[in-house]
Every structure is written in structure tokens, then in C-alpha cells.
Design a protein around this ligand. Structure first.
Ligand code: FAD
Ligand code: SF4
Length: 460
């Protein structure tokens, strides 16, 4: 038995922190087969229930081992329409790989890397899922083209529904497109996997904000949709609420990443949208979004990029792999610090003052609570990117008063249905900021609930 995971080749850290090309380069067939041979093909595989969309993991891994790569692709896409995306960005270490039996004694099977290998093989070969769809006479509208919307759309289309996806932005994919940077998830991969959903017959409409361009009522009454799925995500950034937060040079991570990912600010002046960050950039927060912002700032040419986080290294919520990659790329971590004030020179941020923290009792999240010490430390900065969380955008709620949300603006659902009959919701807009695969799992389960609803309430 090979004890360790087969290493995936990566770009050299000192080269990659100057470019936006993908960091991890993927397995070739030889490496994939070596890694596949580590799977025990368990009778009761613990990896499958640990996957939010229940991919038949041992089956597709065995198919790789047997050189049956087309079959491996069909096995995965029966449960997950976006394997190249999920293979790259899912937190497998907390899901399928955490449950893998091999992991009890050695390193678990690299399930994510194998999924990515199969997805990329299929994209190169232009393989499509084989479908035999029998059309039903019912229309369903999907609000948002992120992972939740895409997964709900594909599942409903496969059941035979006529499905339209409405997206507020000018590109499809949600966070996959505007949030996660190219060096982790190249945008042509996202486009190609979305194309597979289009090939199922799902229709996509861009630049349509449901709640502004069209209302829920119009979708039902004028467009004759029998059900609506809201997968509008959690794109509204949280603020620190400290003095100086509106100074020039202060960004929220979503805006900063959107400027680079969607508006290609890294190519300014070739593109019209600039992003000015200077040489010393502070990032506030410790999640995946903060790490993405830090690594993006480094690639834009900043000399000193550092994370400010109020707990210790072991409490960082970001994926371990991303933290390690950031350290290799010379991102610094200033821990146990909490920003309390931004200080300016002629309205341009120049310093961030932080309180030094220490860890106290456990809090509700199971981590030790950061407690202020009354001592302070100040950093010289040219810009700061705030990344302390997101909540759902209130646009839709504001024009749809009977849509019930909780105190954090998340849509309340009961068995995937909202307070409005026939309107369902899933993904970050229900759970708050979470993960791609949880959003996809929610989309898939909600599709079943919509199918049941239409069969019970509409057909009768
Ligand atoms: P979203 O992806 O947010 O998609 C919602 C879509 O709805 C958007 O396109 C939005 O424009 C559209 N929309 C909103 N309102 C309307 C409206 N009124 N009308 C029409 N359209 C509307 N997760 C991981 O698993 N791994 C990672 O590595 C990872 N990294 C991340 C990095 C960043 C920078 C960010 C921000 C998030 C990251 N996540 C990661 C989280 C993950 O991307 C989200 O949990 C996931 O995308 C949620 O999917 P969703 O479909 O619910 O929402
Ligand atoms: Fe293979 Fe691990 Fe799943 Fe067992 S638990 S089938 S070893 S991937």
C-alpha cells in the first residue's frame, strides 16, 4: 500500500505569484492510475455518504484504474454536473477524503484530484453526458447561475422540465466566475462546464435582476412558471464598522475580486476597470475569500501582503492547502490582531491600528474566543481588503415582502420551500456563505422538492 497521496505538480511559488495561471497542474493518466490504485474499493464506502451529492466514488476510481475514463465521467456526472470545478475547489479534506478508510492509517485517497482528472479529460475530449430527456409541459425559473442554480437547473431539466436561468450579471457562474480567482479555477473551465448544462437544454438569460427587471409575481403570472428556485447567493459584504472604513484604498473582497476576475483589472489599461492597491496591502479575515484576495494582491504586484486575523493560525477557516500555498507565495500572517481604526492622509488610508488579542473561553463555533488586551499595534498600508464574511443581497426581499428571511437576511425554507407557495430556495442565500458543493447539494435536493410540488399541486 502506498502510504502518501500522489503529489500533484504545481507551478513554482516564485514564478506563480507573478502570474494568474493555474497553480496546481493536475494529474496525467499515469499519476491518476497510481493514485486510483490506493483506493480499497470498500464494500461499505464511507466516502460516498460524506459527499454532499453522493458521487459513486469507488466506482469512478475503479474505472480510472481500468482505463475506462468515459465511464468514470458518466459515473460522476450522474451525481455532479461540474466535476472539473468541484475537483478543484471542494473542501474534500473535510468531506469525502476525511471519511476515507485509507485515511485511518495513511493519507486518504486524493478523491478531489481524481475527480478533477476525469472532468478535465472529458472537457478535452468534449464528452457530453448521455441523456434521454422526455419533455414535460411545465416551466421552472431559476434565479442566479451560481452552483446552486446550475445544479437545480440541470436536475430539473433531466426530469423533463423547461428550465430558464436568470442571472443579474453579464456572465454566468456566480462566485465561480466573479469570486474564485483564475489561478485556482480558470474561467474557461467554468464556461465549458456551464456549456454542458446548456447542452441539456437549459436556457440562460444574463443581465436580468429578479426583483428589479422582473418580479416573482411576473414570473408566475406573465411567464407562466409553475415553480421558482432562488439561488441568489450571499454576495453582500460585511463591514468592520470601525472609523475610517470609507477612506480611499479600502475595498471589500467581493468588489476587489470582481474587479480582477470579471473586469480583468489586472490588465488595466488594456481593460477599462483599474484597481489601485499600492505596495503594502493588508487583508482582514482568515477564510478562503481572504486568502484569495491576498494571493490576488500579490499577483497584482504588491510587495508586502499580509493577513490580519483575530485568532491564531490553527483557527483560520480557510482550506489548509490554500494557506500553505499563500505562505509559499510570501503572504505574511499577522495573527491575534483586530483592526479598530483606519488612519488617513488626505482621505487616502495610510495606517491600520489593531488591538492585540488573546484567546479566551470556547465560543459557539467551538473555537477559543478572541479577547482584547487593550494594547495596540499599527501597520503602514497603502490599501486594505476587508473579508470578514458575506450575507444575502436584500434586493429580492425588498420587493417581495411576503418572502420571509431571518435576522441575517437568509431566506427561511421549510422542506426547501419558502414562505411563498411554489417559490423554493437553496445555496448560500439559505445557509449563508458556505461551499460550492453544499450549494450544489441544496440545488439537487430542491429540484426533487420542486418536482414533488408540481406533481402534487399543479398536475392535479
Ligand atoms: P453564488 O455563487 O453567489 O451565485 C449566486 C448568483 O445569483 C450570482 O451569480 C448572482 O449574481 C446571482 N443573483 C443574485 N441576486 C440575483 C437576482 N436578484 N436576480 C438574478 N440573479 C441574481 N467554496 C468552496 O467550496 N471552495 C472554495 O474554494 C471557495 N472559495 C471561495 C472564494 C471566494 C472568493 C468566495 C466569495 C467564495 C468561495 N467559496 C468557496 C464559496 C462558494 O463559492 C459559495 O458557497 C457558492 O458559490 C454558493 O453558491 P450559490 O449558487 O448559492 O451562490
Ligand atoms: Fe476508496 Fe477511501 Fe472510498 Fe474506501 S473510503 S472506497 S478507500 S475512496
Amino acid at each position: 500500500m502506498i502510504k502518501n497521496k500522489t503529489k500533484m505538480p504545481v507551478q513554482d511559488p516564485d514564478i506563480r505569484n507573478n502570474n494568474f495561471l493555474e497553480v496546481a497542474l493536475g494529474y496525467d493518466l499515469k499519476l491518476a492510475k497510481i493514485e486510483a490504485s490506493r483506493c480499497l474499493d470498500c464494500k461499505n464506502p464511507r466516502c460516498v455518504p460524506a459527499c454532499p451529492v453522493n458521487i459513486d466514488i469507488p466506482k469512478f476510481i475503479k474505472e480510472i484504474e481500468n482505463d475506462e475514463l468515459d465511464e468514470a465521467y458518466f459515473t460522476i456526472t450522474r451525481s455532479n454536473i461540474l466535476p472539473s470545478i468541484c475537483g478543484r475547489v471542494c473542501p474534500q479534506e473535510k468531506q469525502c477524503e476525511q471519511a476515507c478508510i485509507v485515511g485511518i492509517k495513511y493519507e486518504p485517497v486524493s478523491i478531489g484530484a481524481l475527480e478533477r482528472f476525469v472532468g478535465d479529460y472529458a472537457l478535452k475530449k468534449q464528452l457530453n453526458t448521455i441523456e434521454n430527456i422526455k419533455d414535460l409541459p411545465y416551466r421552472v425559473a431559476i434565479v442566479g447561475s451560481g452552483p446552486a442554480g446550475l445544479s437545480a437547473a440541470a436536475s430539473l431539466r433531466r426530469m423533463g422540465y423547461i428550465v430558464d436561468v436568470y442571472e443579474a450579471l453579464h456572465e454566468f457562474g456566480g462566485v465561480l466566475k466573479y469570486g474564485i480567482p483564475d489561478f485556482r479555477l480558470p474561467k474557461d473551465i467554468v464556461d465549458k462546464e456551464i456549456d454542458n448544462t446548456k447542452k441539456l437544454g437549459v436556457k440562460f438569460h444574463k443581465n436580468v435582476i429578479i426583483g428589479m427587471s422582473l418580479t416573482i409575481e411576473q414570473l408566475f403570472n406573465e411567464y407562466n412558471y409553475k415553480a421558482i428556485f432562488i439561488g441568489s447567493g450571499a454576495g453582500l459584504p460585511k463591514s468592520l464598522g470601525i472609523p475610517g472604513e470609507n477612506l480611499a484604498g479600502i475595498y471589500y473582497a467581493n468588489e476587489f475580486l470582481t474587479r480582477v476576475n470579471l473586469m480583468k483589472a489586472n490588465r488595466f489599461p488594456e481593460t477599462p476597470t483599474p484597481v489601485k492597491i499600492g505596495q503594502n496591502v493588508a487583508i482582514v479575515g482568515g477564510g478562503n475569500v481572504a486568502i484569495d484576495a491576498a494571493r490576488t494582491a500579490k499577483r497584482l504586484g504588491a510587495k508586502n501582503v499580509f493577513i490580519i486575523y483575530r485568532r491564531d493560525m490553527s483557527s483560520l477557516p480557510a482550506r489548509r492547502e490554500e494557506i500553505d500555498h499563500a505562505i509559499e507565495e510570501h503572504i505574511d500572517f499577522h495573527l491575534l490582531l483586530n483592526p479598530v481604526e483606519f488612519i488617513d492622509d488626505s482621505y487616502q488610508v495610510k495606517q491600520v491600528k489593531c488591538e492585540i488579542m488573546e484567546l479566551g473561553e470556547m465560543d459557539d463555533s467551538g473555537r477559543r474566543r478572541p479577547v482584547g488586551t487593550g494594547k495596540y499595534k499599527t501597520f503602514e498600508i497603502d490599501s486594505c481588503i476587508i473579508s470578514i464574511g458575506q450575507s444575502p443581497n436584500p434586493i429580492l426581499k425588498n420587493v417581495t415582502p411576503n418572502l420571509k428571511v431571518d435576522s441575517k437576511g437568509r431566506i427561511i425554507v421549510n422542506n426547501y420551500q419558502t414562505s411563498i407557495p411554489g417559490v423554493f430556495a437553496g445555496g448560500d442565500v439559505v445557509s449563508g456563505a458556505a461551499t460550492v458543493i453544499l450549494a450544489m447539494g441544496a440545488g439537487k435536493k430542491t429540484a426533487i422538492a420542486i418536482d414533488n410540488y408540481i406533481k402534487e399541486k399543479v398536475e392535479k
